[in-house]
Write a protein that binds this ligand. Sequence first.
Ligand code: ZN
Ligand code: ZN
Length: 412
Amino acid sequence: MSELTFDRKLRNYAELAIKMGVGLQPGQRLLVRAPVDSAPLVRLITEAAYKAGSPLVEVLWGDDALTLARFNYAPRDSFEAYPDWYVSALLEIAECGGAVLSVLATDPDLLKDQDPELVALTQKVHRTKTQPFMKKLMNDDLNWSIISQPIPGWAAKIFPGEPPAAQMSKLWDVIFVVCRADQPDPVAAWQAHIAHLAERRDKLNAKQYTALKYSAPGTDLTLGMPKHHLWHAGQKKTLGGIPFIPNIPTEEVFSAPHKDRVDGIVTSTKPLSYGGRLIDNFTLTFEQGRVVSVTAEKGEDTLKKLLEMDEGAARLGEVALVPHSSPISQSGLLFFNTLFDENAASHLALGKAYRFCVKGGTEMDDDRFAAVGGNNSLTHVDFMIGSKEMDIDGVTGSGHTEPLMRGGEWVD
Ligand code: ZN
Ligand code: ZN
Protein backbone atom coordinates (compact mmCIF):
# COMPACT_ATOMS: atom_id res chain seq x y z
CA MET A 1 0.00 0.00 0.00
CA SER A 2 1.17 3.48 -0.86
CA GLU A 3 1.80 5.81 2.05
CA LEU A 4 0.84 8.95 0.19
CA THR A 5 -2.42 10.68 1.10
CA PHE A 6 -5.24 11.01 -1.41
CA ASP A 7 -4.57 14.75 -1.74
CA ARG A 8 -0.91 14.16 -2.47
CA LYS A 9 -1.72 11.52 -5.08
CA LEU A 10 -4.28 13.81 -6.72
CA ARG A 11 -1.68 16.58 -6.86
CA ASN A 12 0.89 14.12 -8.29
CA TYR A 13 -1.65 13.12 -10.93
CA ALA A 14 -2.35 16.75 -11.89
CA GLU A 15 1.38 17.46 -12.12
CA LEU A 16 1.94 14.35 -14.23
CA ALA A 17 -0.77 15.50 -16.63
CA ILE A 18 0.96 18.87 -17.07
CA LYS A 19 4.66 17.92 -16.90
CA MET A 20 4.63 14.51 -18.62
CA GLY A 21 1.23 14.36 -20.38
CA VAL A 22 0.92 17.64 -22.28
CA GLY A 23 4.51 18.59 -21.42
CA LEU A 24 3.33 22.18 -21.07
CA GLN A 25 6.00 24.78 -21.87
CA PRO A 26 6.26 28.31 -20.41
CA GLY A 27 4.14 30.71 -22.50
CA GLN A 28 1.76 28.01 -23.78
CA ARG A 29 -1.96 28.49 -23.33
CA LEU A 30 -3.87 25.42 -22.13
CA LEU A 31 -7.38 24.30 -22.99
CA VAL A 32 -8.86 21.62 -20.72
CA ARG A 33 -11.91 19.56 -21.66
CA ALA A 34 -13.40 17.90 -18.60
CA PRO A 35 -16.53 16.58 -16.91
CA VAL A 36 -17.89 18.68 -14.03
CA ASP A 37 -17.20 15.81 -11.63
CA SER A 38 -13.48 16.33 -12.17
CA ALA A 39 -13.47 19.93 -10.86
CA PRO A 40 -11.11 19.24 -7.89
CA LEU A 41 -8.59 17.59 -10.23
CA VAL A 42 -8.98 20.30 -12.87
CA ARG A 43 -8.32 23.01 -10.27
CA LEU A 44 -5.01 21.30 -9.41
CA ILE A 45 -4.22 20.88 -13.13
CA THR A 46 -4.87 24.61 -13.60
CA GLU A 47 -2.53 25.44 -10.70
CA ALA A 48 0.18 23.19 -12.11
CA ALA A 49 -0.24 24.78 -15.56
CA TYR A 50 0.16 28.35 -14.26
CA LYS A 51 3.15 27.23 -12.19
CA ALA A 52 4.63 25.82 -15.40
CA GLY A 53 4.37 29.30 -16.94
CA SER A 54 1.07 29.15 -18.83
CA PRO A 55 -0.40 32.62 -19.48
CA LEU A 56 -3.99 31.36 -19.75
CA VAL A 57 -5.80 28.18 -18.77
CA GLU A 58 -9.41 27.67 -19.88
CA VAL A 59 -11.83 24.83 -19.23
CA LEU A 60 -14.68 23.51 -21.37
CA TRP A 61 -17.03 21.64 -19.05
CA GLY A 62 -19.50 18.95 -19.97
CA ASP A 63 -20.88 15.74 -18.52
CA ASP A 64 -22.96 12.63 -19.03
CA ALA A 65 -26.16 14.20 -17.68
CA LEU A 66 -25.98 16.96 -20.30
CA THR A 67 -25.37 14.44 -23.08
CA LEU A 68 -28.23 12.25 -21.89
CA ALA A 69 -30.64 15.17 -21.63
CA ARG A 70 -30.18 15.85 -25.33
CA PHE A 71 -30.78 12.22 -26.30
CA ASN A 72 -33.86 12.04 -24.06
CA TYR A 73 -35.56 15.31 -24.91
CA ALA A 74 -34.15 17.09 -27.96
CA PRO A 75 -36.20 17.02 -31.18
CA ARG A 76 -35.41 13.83 -33.10
CA ASP A 77 -34.44 15.78 -36.23
CA SER A 78 -32.01 18.09 -34.42
CA PHE A 79 -28.99 15.82 -33.99
CA GLU A 80 -27.00 17.41 -36.77
CA ALA A 81 -26.83 20.69 -34.84
CA TYR A 82 -23.25 21.40 -33.76
CA PRO A 83 -21.51 24.36 -32.08
CA ASP A 84 -19.03 25.68 -34.61
CA TRP A 85 -17.45 27.88 -31.91
CA TYR A 86 -16.22 24.66 -30.29
CA VAL A 87 -14.11 23.85 -33.33
CA SER A 88 -12.94 27.47 -33.51
CA ALA A 89 -11.84 27.31 -29.87
CA LEU A 90 -9.78 24.18 -30.53
CA LEU A 91 -8.25 25.67 -33.68
CA GLU A 92 -7.46 28.91 -31.86
CA ILE A 93 -5.45 26.98 -29.27
CA ALA A 94 -3.59 25.08 -31.99
CA GLU A 95 -2.88 28.25 -33.96
CA CYS A 96 -1.57 30.22 -30.97
CA GLY A 97 0.83 27.40 -30.09
CA GLY A 98 -1.18 26.19 -27.09
CA ALA A 99 -1.86 22.70 -25.73
CA VAL A 100 -5.00 20.65 -25.06
CA LEU A 101 -5.69 18.31 -22.15
CA SER A 102 -8.78 16.11 -22.04
CA VAL A 103 -10.15 14.45 -18.93
CA LEU A 104 -12.19 11.58 -20.30
CA ALA A 105 -14.79 9.95 -18.09
CA THR A 106 -18.17 8.65 -19.08
CA ASP A 107 -20.64 5.94 -18.14
CA PRO A 108 -20.06 3.23 -20.75
CA ASP A 109 -23.78 2.40 -20.74
CA LEU A 110 -24.95 5.99 -20.91
CA LEU A 111 -26.65 5.68 -24.29
CA LYS A 112 -27.60 2.00 -24.17
CA ASP A 113 -31.33 2.72 -24.52
CA GLN A 114 -30.91 5.33 -27.23
CA ASP A 115 -31.48 4.91 -30.94
CA PRO A 116 -28.21 3.58 -32.48
CA GLU A 117 -28.90 5.71 -35.58
CA LEU A 118 -28.86 8.89 -33.50
CA VAL A 119 -25.80 7.75 -31.54
CA ALA A 120 -23.96 7.04 -34.82
CA LEU A 121 -25.12 10.36 -36.27
CA THR A 122 -23.80 12.44 -33.36
CA GLN A 123 -20.47 10.59 -33.56
CA LYS A 124 -20.27 11.28 -37.26
CA VAL A 125 -21.21 14.96 -36.97
CA HIS A 126 -18.68 15.42 -34.16
CA ARG A 127 -15.92 13.66 -36.13
CA THR A 128 -16.69 15.58 -39.32
CA LYS A 129 -16.82 18.98 -37.62
CA THR A 130 -13.66 18.51 -35.56
CA GLN A 131 -11.68 17.07 -38.46
CA PRO A 132 -9.63 20.24 -39.16
CA PHE A 133 -8.45 20.16 -35.53
CA MET A 134 -7.95 16.38 -35.48
CA LYS A 135 -5.69 16.74 -38.50
CA LYS A 136 -3.44 19.12 -36.57
CA LEU A 137 -3.48 16.78 -33.61
CA MET A 138 -2.57 13.75 -35.72
CA ASN A 139 0.21 15.64 -37.44
CA ASP A 140 1.81 16.55 -34.10
CA ASP A 141 1.26 20.27 -34.63
CA LEU A 142 0.50 20.65 -30.94
CA ASN A 143 1.09 18.90 -27.63
CA TRP A 144 -1.95 17.20 -26.14
CA SER A 145 -2.87 14.49 -23.70
CA ILE A 146 -5.79 12.45 -22.42
CA ILE A 147 -6.18 11.37 -18.81
CA SER A 148 -9.19 10.10 -16.90
CA GLN A 149 -10.79 10.13 -13.48
CA PRO A 150 -13.59 8.23 -11.73
CA ILE A 151 -17.19 9.40 -12.08
CA PRO A 152 -20.04 7.61 -10.26
CA GLY A 153 -21.74 5.98 -13.30
CA TRP A 154 -18.46 4.57 -14.58
CA ALA A 155 -17.15 3.44 -11.16
CA ALA A 156 -20.45 1.62 -10.53
CA LYS A 157 -19.96 -0.33 -13.75
CA ILE A 158 -16.46 -1.48 -12.71
CA PHE A 159 -17.29 -2.31 -9.09
CA PRO A 160 -20.95 -3.39 -9.07
CA GLY A 161 -22.30 -4.37 -5.68
CA GLU A 162 -20.09 -1.98 -3.71
CA PRO A 163 -21.45 1.15 -1.98
CA PRO A 164 -21.02 4.24 -4.22
CA ALA A 165 -18.28 5.82 -2.08
CA ALA A 166 -16.26 2.58 -2.18
CA GLN A 167 -16.71 2.35 -5.95
CA MET A 168 -15.21 5.80 -6.39
CA SER A 169 -12.30 5.31 -3.98
CA LYS A 170 -11.45 1.87 -5.41
CA LEU A 171 -11.34 3.27 -8.92
CA TRP A 172 -9.20 6.20 -7.78
CA ASP A 173 -6.77 3.76 -6.14
CA VAL A 174 -6.42 1.72 -9.33
CA ILE A 175 -5.98 4.81 -11.50
CA PHE A 176 -3.31 6.22 -9.19
CA VAL A 177 -1.41 2.92 -9.33
CA VAL A 178 -1.57 2.31 -13.08
CA CYS A 179 -0.70 5.98 -13.72
CA ARG A 180 2.15 5.81 -11.19
CA ALA A 181 0.70 8.79 -9.29
CA ASP A 182 1.05 6.76 -6.07
CA GLN A 183 4.82 6.96 -6.29
CA PRO A 184 6.81 9.54 -4.34
CA ASP A 185 8.49 10.77 -7.53
CA PRO A 186 5.98 10.01 -10.30
CA VAL A 187 7.83 12.08 -12.92
CA ALA A 188 10.99 9.98 -12.45
CA ALA A 189 8.90 6.80 -12.59
CA TRP A 190 7.41 7.94 -15.89
CA GLN A 191 10.79 8.82 -17.34
CA ALA A 192 12.02 5.28 -16.63
CA HIS A 193 8.83 3.78 -18.10
CA ILE A 194 9.10 5.91 -21.25
CA ALA A 195 12.73 4.86 -21.76
CA HIS A 196 11.71 1.20 -21.51
CA LEU A 197 8.94 1.58 -24.11
CA ALA A 198 11.32 3.48 -26.42
CA GLU A 199 13.74 0.54 -26.37
CA ARG A 200 10.97 -1.85 -27.50
CA ARG A 201 9.88 0.60 -30.21
CA ASP A 202 13.42 0.95 -31.56
CA LYS A 203 13.84 -2.83 -31.78
CA LEU A 204 10.64 -3.20 -33.82
CA ASN A 205 11.59 -0.32 -36.10
CA ALA A 206 14.92 -1.98 -36.81
CA LYS A 207 13.18 -5.28 -37.69
CA GLN A 208 10.81 -3.79 -40.35
CA TYR A 209 8.63 -6.91 -40.42
CA THR A 210 6.62 -7.28 -43.64
CA ALA A 211 3.77 -8.92 -41.71
CA LEU A 212 2.66 -10.08 -38.28
CA LYS A 213 0.90 -13.41 -37.76
CA TYR A 214 -1.52 -13.77 -34.85
CA SER A 215 -2.82 -16.98 -33.40
CA ALA A 216 -5.08 -17.49 -30.39
CA PRO A 217 -8.44 -19.17 -29.74
CA GLY A 218 -10.75 -17.73 -32.41
CA THR A 219 -7.94 -15.79 -34.06
CA ASP A 220 -5.86 -16.68 -37.11
CA LEU A 221 -4.82 -13.45 -38.74
CA THR A 222 -2.09 -12.24 -41.06
CA LEU A 223 -1.54 -8.54 -40.97
CA GLY A 224 0.70 -6.96 -43.59
CA MET A 225 2.84 -3.97 -42.61
CA PRO A 226 3.50 -1.04 -44.97
CA LYS A 227 7.01 -0.44 -46.24
CA HIS A 228 8.89 2.06 -44.06
CA HIS A 229 6.34 1.78 -41.26
CA LEU A 230 7.24 3.37 -37.96
CA TRP A 231 6.41 2.04 -34.50
CA HIS A 232 5.65 4.51 -31.72
CA ALA A 233 5.40 4.27 -27.96
CA GLY A 234 4.88 6.47 -24.93
CA GLN A 235 6.34 9.86 -25.59
CA LYS A 236 6.08 11.83 -28.81
CA LYS A 237 7.39 15.18 -29.98
CA THR A 238 5.50 18.00 -31.67
CA LEU A 239 6.86 19.33 -34.97
CA GLY A 240 8.28 22.15 -32.82
CA GLY A 241 10.11 19.63 -30.60
CA ILE A 242 7.94 19.61 -27.45
CA PRO A 243 7.86 16.14 -25.83
CA PHE A 244 4.39 14.97 -24.75
CA ILE A 245 2.59 11.74 -23.83
CA PRO A 246 -0.78 11.55 -25.63
CA ASN A 247 -2.26 9.01 -23.20
CA ILE A 248 -1.72 8.51 -19.49
CA PRO A 249 -1.52 5.61 -18.77
CA THR A 250 0.24 4.10 -21.78
CA GLU A 251 1.80 0.67 -22.23
CA GLU A 252 1.41 0.11 -25.98
CA VAL A 253 3.87 0.02 -28.87
CA PHE A 254 1.89 0.74 -32.04
CA SER A 255 2.05 1.30 -35.77
CA ALA A 256 -0.24 1.16 -38.83
CA PRO A 257 -1.01 -2.06 -40.71
CA HIS A 258 -1.27 -2.14 -44.51
CA LYS A 259 -4.92 -1.34 -45.28
CA ASP A 260 -5.16 -3.92 -48.10
CA ARG A 261 -3.08 -6.74 -46.63
CA VAL A 262 -5.06 -8.09 -43.71
CA ASP A 263 -6.49 -11.60 -44.06
CA GLY A 264 -8.10 -14.06 -41.68
CA ILE A 265 -10.27 -13.96 -38.59
CA VAL A 266 -9.83 -12.15 -35.31
CA THR A 267 -11.82 -12.52 -32.09
CA SER A 268 -12.20 -9.78 -29.48
CA THR A 269 -11.01 -10.53 -25.94
CA LYS A 270 -12.69 -7.60 -24.16
CA PRO A 271 -15.97 -5.78 -24.67
CA LEU A 272 -15.77 -2.59 -26.67
CA SER A 273 -17.54 0.48 -25.36
CA TYR A 274 -18.47 2.59 -28.37
CA GLY A 275 -20.68 5.67 -28.40
CA GLY A 276 -22.20 4.77 -25.04
CA ARG A 277 -23.01 1.19 -26.09
CA LEU A 278 -21.25 -2.12 -25.50
CA ILE A 279 -20.14 -4.51 -28.22
CA ASP A 280 -19.06 -7.90 -26.85
CA ASN A 281 -17.61 -11.25 -27.97
CA PHE A 282 -17.26 -10.34 -31.60
CA THR A 283 -15.33 -11.66 -34.57
CA LEU A 284 -14.22 -9.87 -37.70
CA THR A 285 -13.25 -11.71 -40.87
CA PHE A 286 -10.91 -9.87 -43.24
CA GLU A 287 -10.21 -10.33 -46.93
CA GLN A 288 -7.59 -8.12 -48.56
CA GLY A 289 -7.81 -5.70 -45.69
CA ARG A 290 -11.58 -5.30 -45.60
CA VAL A 291 -14.03 -6.71 -43.05
CA VAL A 292 -16.24 -9.10 -45.02
CA SER A 293 -18.24 -10.57 -42.16
CA VAL A 294 -18.94 -9.93 -38.48
CA THR A 295 -20.55 -11.72 -35.58
CA ALA A 296 -21.20 -10.26 -32.14
CA GLU A 297 -22.90 -11.70 -29.09
CA LYS A 298 -23.84 -8.20 -28.01
CA GLY A 299 -24.09 -4.92 -29.92
CA GLU A 300 -23.92 -6.39 -33.43
CA ASP A 301 -26.05 -3.50 -34.77
CA THR A 302 -23.73 -0.94 -33.26
CA LEU A 303 -20.68 -2.73 -34.67
CA LYS A 304 -22.24 -2.88 -38.13
CA LYS A 305 -23.10 0.84 -37.98
CA LEU A 306 -19.51 1.57 -37.04
CA LEU A 307 -18.19 -0.48 -39.99
CA GLU A 308 -20.54 1.35 -42.35
CA MET A 309 -19.52 4.84 -41.27
CA ASP A 310 -17.33 5.16 -44.35
CA GLU A 311 -15.11 3.04 -46.62
CA GLY A 312 -12.14 3.15 -44.22
CA ALA A 313 -14.18 2.16 -41.17
CA ALA A 314 -14.14 -1.48 -42.34
CA ARG A 315 -10.33 -1.54 -42.58
CA LEU A 316 -7.61 -1.38 -39.97
CA GLY A 317 -5.69 1.75 -39.00
CA GLU A 318 -3.68 0.62 -35.97
CA VAL A 319 -1.79 -2.38 -34.70
CA ALA A 320 -0.66 -2.23 -31.07
CA LEU A 321 1.33 -4.67 -28.96
CA VAL A 322 0.90 -4.83 -25.19
CA PRO A 323 2.25 -7.64 -22.98
CA HIS A 324 -0.34 -9.53 -20.95
CA SER A 325 1.69 -8.72 -17.81
CA SER A 326 1.04 -4.95 -18.13
CA PRO A 327 -0.02 -3.35 -14.81
CA ILE A 328 -3.45 -2.58 -16.24
CA SER A 329 -3.94 -6.18 -17.29
CA GLN A 330 -2.73 -7.27 -13.85
CA SER A 331 -5.39 -5.15 -12.17
CA GLY A 332 -7.76 -7.81 -13.55
CA LEU A 333 -10.37 -5.14 -14.19
CA LEU A 334 -12.36 -4.32 -17.24
CA PHE A 335 -12.54 -0.53 -17.43
CA PHE A 336 -15.04 -0.14 -20.30
CA ASN A 337 -12.80 2.76 -21.29
CA THR A 338 -10.30 2.49 -24.14
CA LEU A 339 -7.76 4.71 -22.40
CA PHE A 340 -7.24 1.89 -19.86
CA ASP A 341 -8.39 -1.24 -21.67
CA GLU A 342 -6.18 -0.62 -24.71
CA ASN A 343 -3.21 -0.74 -22.35
CA ALA A 344 -4.21 -4.12 -20.96
CA ALA A 345 -4.06 -6.07 -24.21
CA SER A 346 -2.68 -6.17 -27.71
CA HIS A 347 -5.21 -4.51 -29.98
CA LEU A 348 -6.17 -3.30 -33.43
CA ALA A 349 -8.16 -0.27 -34.48
CA LEU A 350 -10.79 0.07 -37.18
CA GLY A 351 -10.54 3.27 -39.18
CA LYS A 352 -8.01 6.01 -39.57
CA ALA A 353 -4.29 5.26 -39.48
CA TYR A 354 -1.95 7.80 -37.95
CA ARG A 355 0.12 9.49 -40.65
CA PHE A 356 3.22 9.42 -38.49
CA CYS A 357 3.17 5.59 -38.57
CA VAL A 358 4.69 5.66 -42.07
CA LYS A 359 7.95 7.44 -42.86
CA GLY A 360 7.10 10.76 -44.54
CA GLY A 361 3.37 10.13 -43.96
CA THR A 362 2.63 13.56 -42.46
CA GLU A 363 3.73 15.20 -45.73
CA MET A 364 1.65 12.89 -47.98
CA ASP A 365 -1.74 13.81 -49.42
CA ASP A 366 -4.61 11.33 -48.94
CA ASP A 367 -3.98 9.49 -52.22
CA ARG A 368 -0.28 9.06 -51.61
CA PHE A 369 -0.89 7.85 -48.05
CA ALA A 370 -3.46 5.34 -49.31
CA ALA A 371 -1.02 4.18 -52.01
CA VAL A 372 1.58 3.21 -49.38
CA GLY A 373 -1.10 1.32 -47.41
CA GLY A 374 -2.34 3.95 -44.94
CA ASN A 375 -6.04 3.79 -44.11
CA ASN A 376 -8.26 6.86 -44.00
CA SER A 377 -11.59 7.23 -42.21
CA LEU A 378 -13.53 9.60 -40.00
CA THR A 379 -13.36 7.07 -37.21
CA HIS A 380 -10.67 5.30 -35.19
CA VAL A 381 -11.86 2.67 -32.72
CA ASP A 382 -9.55 0.35 -30.79
CA PHE A 383 -10.61 -3.19 -29.93
CA MET A 384 -8.76 -5.72 -27.80
CA ILE A 385 -7.57 -9.05 -29.14
CA GLY A 386 -4.68 -9.93 -26.81
CA SER A 387 -4.73 -12.60 -24.13
CA LYS A 388 -2.34 -14.92 -22.36
CA GLU A 389 -3.07 -17.42 -25.12
CA MET A 390 -1.95 -15.20 -27.97
CA ASP A 391 1.15 -15.94 -30.03
CA ILE A 392 2.50 -13.41 -32.52
CA ASP A 393 5.18 -13.99 -35.13
CA GLY A 394 7.03 -11.43 -37.22
CA VAL A 395 7.75 -12.11 -40.90
CA THR A 396 11.07 -10.64 -42.00
CA GLY A 397 11.91 -9.13 -45.40
CA SER A 398 13.46 -12.42 -46.47
CA GLY A 399 10.26 -14.31 -45.64
CA HIS A 400 11.63 -15.78 -42.43
CA THR A 401 9.18 -16.13 -39.52
CA GLU A 402 10.36 -15.42 -35.98
CA PRO A 403 8.54 -15.45 -32.64
CA LEU A 404 7.64 -12.00 -31.31
CA MET A 405 5.20 -12.82 -28.51
CA ARG A 406 4.39 -16.13 -26.84
CA GLY A 407 1.55 -16.61 -24.40
CA GLY A 408 0.92 -12.85 -24.55
CA GLU A 409 4.49 -11.89 -23.52
CA TRP A 410 7.47 -10.52 -25.43
CA VAL A 411 9.82 -13.32 -26.42
CA ASP A 412 13.03 -11.43 -25.61
ZN1 ZN B 1 -3.86 1.92 -29.28
ZN1 ZN C 1 -6.00 3.65 -31.21
